[in-house]
Every structure is written in C-alpha cells, then in structure tokens.
Design a protein around this ligand. Structure first.
Ligand code: SF4
Ligand code: SF4
Length: 69
C-alpha cells in the first residue's frame, strides 16, 4: 500500500500537507521536534500515493512518499 514518512526534524509544522491531502490522512503530532514545531505525521492508513503532500511541502526533506511497498 502507498504510504508516507515524515522526517519530523525537517518539518516546520506549517500544516500545508494536512490541508492538501485528499483523504485527510496526515495530522499534527503532539510532540515537539528539534526545531520547536509540532511536526506532521501520517495517520497510518489511507494514503493513495498521490504525492500532493510532497509537492506542497516547502521543506525539501520533510516528506517521502512510497507509492508501492
Ligand atoms: S501522498 Fe496523497 S494521499 Fe498520501 S499522504 Fe500525501 S497527500 Fe495524502
Ligand atoms: S507541509 Fe512539510 S513542513 Fe509543512 S507540516 Fe507538512 S511536512 Fe511539515
């Protein structure tokens, strides 16, 4: 199944990926990362591999999309 990984210490918590994700499978983590932000995190299921989050994220290394296992 498609999935994403958020590299939490590269995320600045802008929320753009959360707003753009069609199935709504990204949320804000309650934890604080090394930059002092609440990072985005994958809810764990439902990703379609559309890559919208990847192309929307302003931080180059924050999101990786795996379209296949
Ligand atoms: S690849 Fe698409 S469906 Fe998967 S988390 Fe990103 S925006 Fe959502
Ligand atoms: S778009 Fe990128 S920087 Fe913004 S919350 Fe999502 S992963 Fe973090």
């Amino acid at each position: 199944m498609p999935r994403i990984e958020v590299h939490k210490d590269h995320c600045k918590g802008c929320g753009l990926c959360i707003d753009i994700c069609p199935p709504g499978v990204i949320e804000m983590s309650k934890e604080i990362n090394k930059l002092g932000y609440h990072p985005a995190k994958y809810k764990g299921e439902g990703c379609t591999g559309c890559t919208l989050c990847f192309y929307t994220c302003p931080e180059p290394d924050a999101i990786v999309v795996y379209r296949k296992d």
